[in-house]
Design a protein. Structure first.
Length: 144
């Protein structure tokens, strides 16, 4: 990626984080009284339609996010790994940034492998041999 691409990604991440809405909810799992009383888990919501992504990046992001994208176009990231709101908030924003950066990366096209004439002949010869082995199996007749 060039410097210009890096700036585009940084501006996209900044735009996404400024559009993000945070909700704090009580986390589940172990943690005793603290987990039941304190809303430390963060639910980060970003509408991906408002990000102004190119169609290819938009589809890659949607594919990467999977079920985390709602039908209304909200990308929902749940962060509940840590015991404090601040750490969960930072974790959610970091995961959002990583997802956006990963969506910007264009996958490399797969180059078709080409088999030469000798390779084709060898493959077909091997298939003939296997076919002969399999044809030799089965019921034995003529042993009277």
């Amino acid at each position: 990626m060039s410097d210009e691409d890096d700036l585009d990604v940084i501006s996209l991440v900044d735009r996404a984080q400024s559009l993000a809405e945070e909700r704090f909810v009580t986390a589940s799992g172990p943690g005793g009284q603290n987990v039941n009383k304190v809303a430390t888990a963060v639910q980060l919501r970003v509408n991906i339609f408002k990000l102004g992504l190119t169609p290819t990046v938009f589809h890659r992001l949607k594919a990467l996010a999977g079920s985390r994208v709602s039908s209304s176009g909200d990308l929902i990231i749940d962060a509940r790994r840590h015991r404090t709101q601040d750490m969960n908030r930072a974790d959610a924003r970091k995961r959002l940034a990583e997802l956006l950066v990963e969506a910007q990366i264009e996958p490399k096209k797969r180059a078709k492998s080409r088999v030469n004439r000798v390779g084709k002949v060898q493959r077909l010869k091997g298939k003939k041999v296997r076919g002969a082995v399999k044809a030799g199996r089965g019921k034995v007749t003529g042993w009277d």
